[in-house]
Every structure is written in structure tokens, then in C-alpha cells.
Design a protein around this ligand. Structure first.
Ligand SMILES: C[S@@+](CC[C@H](N)C(=O)[O-])C[C@H]1O[C@@H](n2cnc3c(N)ncnc32)[C@H](O)[C@@H]1O
Length: 315
């Protein structure tokens, strides 16, 4: 079975409806993955529409469905969505994009492919990088990290109450033998956790924490959200599928900051009653249907958020 056949896009109809697609508009898929959402966006565009996409993972580009690749309305770059401003300028769409989709986190490919090291129940090297062409693998990071830092990361990005015990145990085991594979790591974590949680492997939170840290997931999301205002056309939409509360927190903080800053050319003496919010929340925290969760259990933690740009561009 090919990667494309195996991948089921999450909240596909809901997210495409949320994009409010104009057939000759310009769109960005900021997390191309295996192109499930991109294919559907292209189906909604006419010959004048345009879809640009990026993904941090080279596999997403190397295993690309040739049908999409030959579509003249489509282009795909390898990169991080925190650089969307730069990419939009290269594509010639800066300031005129009608919608940007973020389907955050890992793809099925990441979890299913042992060699990527994301999954605690598939034996492979603990890598966890979306972009294997740069940065440090989780395995190399674990070799040198100090106990306090490790414990803080597990607490901050995994919200793991046993972060201290787990960190202590990882550091102790690291002194006995090099920790390189996911099976070793998940066993160490499992032993360090005193109480089992129902329906959740004891290594879930720690693996999530290490992955978020290694890929700087929250920092790049924050940057991308802030850059999006100038990339979008007026009324352009940001459609975000999130998978955990830390991502939701970044969106919430972004909205509170943009509400405070308001959309106005800096330094102009405009009375506050004429200032507008930068983004309206069209809808938030929409959950997948129970039917979707039955077919694709990985969608169960998904939440769809829709924001719309309120005002004209400024710089
Ligand atoms: C949930 S999958 C997307 C699946 C896709 N919507 C589909 O239907 O095939 C998330 C994808 O985003 C990519 N990704 C994660 N963080 C990224 C970032 N900062 N910049 C670009 N791509 C990123 C991952 O490599 C992964 O392929």
C-alpha cells in the first residue's frame, strides 16, 4: 500500500468549507504532508486558481503523488512555515492569499515509519525531526542534555506530572548504556511512571514533549501566525487543525496580542474607536464527527479553528 493510500486527511470537508474557497483565488497549504487537503483544495479551484504548499519533511516531497506534481496551478517547496513570508514573496502572492491551511503536527507516515523515531511502539532510532536535513536528532540531544533541562521540557511540552522521575531515570540509564532506540526509551519511561493511565501509554506525554522541543513546534507556529496577517488578502482566512492544548494556547495568545495591537499603520494618530481587530474568530474548537473518529482514530484529538483577517495590509 502506498503512503498516499494509507493517509486519511483529518476533518477534510470541514476544513475545506472553512477555507471559503473562491475558484480563482490563491491558497497556501502550510503543512502539505501527503497532500490530502491540497488535492481537495485543487478540486475547488478553476484554471486561474493557485495553490502553493510547503512541508518541512523531504519525504512529503519525495513521495509526492505525480498527479499533483504536474498540475500547473500547484507548486511545493521544502521548508518551515515560519518562513511563509519569504516563500509568499518568491511565489508572488504576498498580501493576496485568500486562505492558509495549517494541519499541525505529525503525519501518519511519521508514526508508521519506525525509522523516523516518532512512535513509542515501533522500534527505530529516536530521531523525531520533521526535517531530517537539519537540526539535532532527539537521540543526540538525549546524549548530552542535563537532568533539569530534560525534566523542564517533559513538564512544559508534555504536561507530564512525573517529569522529574522520568528525567532522572533517563539520565541514570544513559550512564549505563547509550539510548538510541524508541523501544529502549519507552521502556525506561514506562518503568519510571508509578501509575498507569487508562487508554494512554506511559510514554505518550514524554514522546510528545521531546518531539515538540526538537522541532520547535510552538515557536514556529507563533511566528507563522504573526507573519500571516501581511501574507493574507483582506478577508483572507487562517484555518488551523490543532491536536493538543499547547497549540490551542498559542492561537489564544496570538489572538489576545493581535486584539491589543489592532490593525493600524504604526504611529498614525487614529482614535481608538476607528481601530479594528486584526482577526475575527469565525469558529473555534470544532471537533471531528463520531463517524470520522471511528474510521480514523487519529483524528480524535483534532480541533478546527477558523480566523479571518479583518483589515487592510500595513507594514
Ligand atoms: C498532519 S500532517 C499534514 C497532513 C496533510 N494535511 C494531508 O492531508 O496529507 C502535518 C505535516 O506538517 C508538516 N510540518 C510540521 N511542522 C511543520 C512546519 N513547521 N513547517 C512545514 N511543515 C511542517 C509535517 O512534516 C507533516 O508532514
Amino acid at each position: 500500500m502506498s503512503q498516499l493510500q494509507r493517509h486519511i486527511p483529518v476533518m477534510l470537508n470541514e476544513s475545506i468549507d472553512a477555507m471559503n474557497i473562491v475558484s480563482n483565488g490563491s491558497y497556501i497549504d502550510a503543512t502539505f504532508g501527503f497532500g490530502g487537503h491540497s488535492e481537495q483544495i485543487l478540486r475547488n479551484l478553476d484554471k486561474d486558481g493557485k495553490l502553493n504548499a510547503i512541508d518541512k519533511d523531504r519525504d512529503a516531497i519525495n513521495l509526492l503523488n505525480p498527479e499533483i506534481f504536474t498540475d500547473e496551478r500547484f507548486s511545493l517547496k521544502h521548508g518551515c512555515f515560519s518562513d511563509l513570508g519569504k516563500f509568499s514573496k518568491e511565489w508572488g502572492v504576498y498580501g493576496s492569499v485568500n486562505g492558509i491551511l495549517f494541519d499541525l503536527g505529525v503525519s501518519s507516515h511519521h508514526l508508521d515509519e519506525p525509522a523516523r523515531g516518532f512512535s513509542f511502539n515501533k522500534k527505530g532510532m529516536v530521531d523525531m525531526r520533521f526535517d531530517q536535513t537539519s537540526g539535532i536528532s532527539a537521540c543526540d540531544w538525549i546524549k548530552d542534555v542535563d537532568e533539569q533541562t530534560l525534566s523542564n521540557i517533559i513538564w512544559k511540552f508534555g504536561e507530564e506530572r512525573y517529569s522529574r522521575r522520568i528525567a532522572k531515570s533517563i539520565i541514570y540509564q544513559r550512564e549505563q548504556t547509550t539510548i538510541t532506540d524508541t523501544e529502549q526509551l519507552s521502556k525506561i519511561i514506562d518503568k519510571a511512571v508509578p501509575r498507569n493511565e487508562k487508554h494512554k501509554h506511559n510514554a505518550t506525554r514524554t514522546f510528545q514533549a521531546i518531539r515538540i522541543f526538537i522541532n520547535k513546534e510552538l515557536e514556529v507556529l507563533k511566528d507563522a501566525l504573526h507573519n500571516s496577517y501581511n501574507i493574507l488578502a483582506p478577508k483572507g482566512r487562517l484555518v488551523l487543525i490543532t491536536y493538543h492544548s499547547l497549540e490551542d494556547r498559542v492561537i489564544k495568545d496570538f489572538l489576545s496580542v493581535t486584539d491589543e495591537n489592532l490593525s493600524t499603520p504604526r504611529g498614525l494618530p487614529i482614535k481608538s474607536e476607528f481601530l479594528k481587530k486584526m482577526f475575527n474568530v469565525v469558529a473555534k474548537s470544532i471537533k471531528p464527527s463520531s463517524d470520522e473518529i471511528k474510521i480514523n482514530p487519529r483524528s480524535r484529538s483534532a480541533k478546527l479553528n477558523i480566523l479571518e483577517k479583518v483589515n487592510e495590509d500595513y507594514d
